[in-house]
Design a protein around this ligand. Structure first.
Ligand code: GUN
Length: 291
């Protein structure tokens, strides 16, 4: 029987722990604050940011949102970041990606105070993660780790395949899986668009993390019997629905769930965990800044 990994249920537990910490900090006079910055007209990005703000409200974190006109010069975004870096009531800063083409993403990530970089994307924090001394684990891979732990998935000695090599998911995910415990010590292969014979790599994978951004790219016939399948993909595809689209993962859920031992659905799998770990990182920042 395939076990459905309920990301929303695990996220509820994480948010509950976060809410307790927020209460303790607030009672001590420090209300954790998360600033989100959106420089985009993309409706999906707008939705993600508003969900993050709603999450803040639920756990008692002060949500601060700044919109920057998508046509504004890059300097406007940099000045916004500088202001947030200096604000005592802001403990975490998240600039929603992607930013417009005329803005240098690397410069954006470098500009955020690494102590407030709750995404974990600043080069200093990337370096610390790779060195096994993470300040903030990036939210999606961290959420995946929590899901694997919550469902007692053995990573020690397992063969893991990460499909996708993005800076946000694929690379940090692979780094976490190869590190020593907790939820590491996996023999990890990173596959991507130039991988030859992906089927052969997946055929021996005990754990598959699908993060390629390609709708329903991985089917059941590619998987090892009993594999744990973590689907990070959230792809909008045209569909005859009220909204005119449907959300599907990188995994073909129907065929994969006939083969997998455990699998995350889309939506309701990794997505809620990504958002929960952002709250977790924000509270970590607030508690560390105020001792
Ligand atoms: N865009 C898609 N995922 C993310 C994320 O985790 N953080 C930020 N800042 N932007 C994103």
């Amino acid at each position: 029987m395939t076990e459905v990994i309920d990301g929303e249920a695990v996220a509820v537990e994480v948010r509950s722990g976060v809410a307790d910490c927020v209460e303790t900090l607030t009672d001590a006079g420090v209300k954790p604050g998360l600033a989100t910055v959106l420089m985009s007209d993309d409706p999906a990005s707008e939705t993600y940011v508003s969900m993050k703000q709603r999450d803040c409200e639920e756990v008692g974190i002060e949500g601060i949102h700044v919109d920057v006109d998508a046509d504004a010069p890059a300097e406007t975004l940099f000045e916004t970041i500088d202001e947030l870096n200096h604000r005592e009531d802001v403990h975490g800063i998240l600039v929603q990606l992607p930013v417009p083409d005329h803005v240098d993403k690397r410069e954006v990530l470098r500009r955020i105070d690494p102590e407030k970089d709750v995404d974990g994307f600043h080069p200093e924090n990337v370096g610390r993660l790779v060195a096994g001394n993470a300040r903030y684990k990036p939210c999606t891979p961290h959420g995946v780790q929590k899901l694997l732990a919550a469902y007692d998935v053995e990573t020690e000695g397992a063969d893991a395949v990460v499909v996708g090599r993005s800076d946000i998911v694929g690379k940090p995910m692979a780094n976490l899986l190869i590190q020593k415990a907790p939820v590491g010590n996996a023999t990890t292969t990173v596959c991507h668009s130039r991988t030859e014979d992906l089927d052969a790599k997946l055929a021996s994978a005990d754990i598959v993390v699908a993060a390629a951004g390609i709708p329903e790219f991985i089917g059941g016939s590619m998987l090892k019997d009993g594999a744990t399948v973590i689907d990070v993909g959230i792809n909008r595809v045209d569909a005859d629905t009220e909204k005119g689209y449907a959300l599907v993962g990188d995994v073909d859920y129907e065929s994969a769930s006939e083969v997998a031992g455990a699998i995350t659905p889309v939506p309701g799998g990794v997505g809620p965990m990504t958002r929960a770990m952002l709250l977790y990182n924000t509270v970590k920042s607030a508690s560390e800044r105020h001792g």
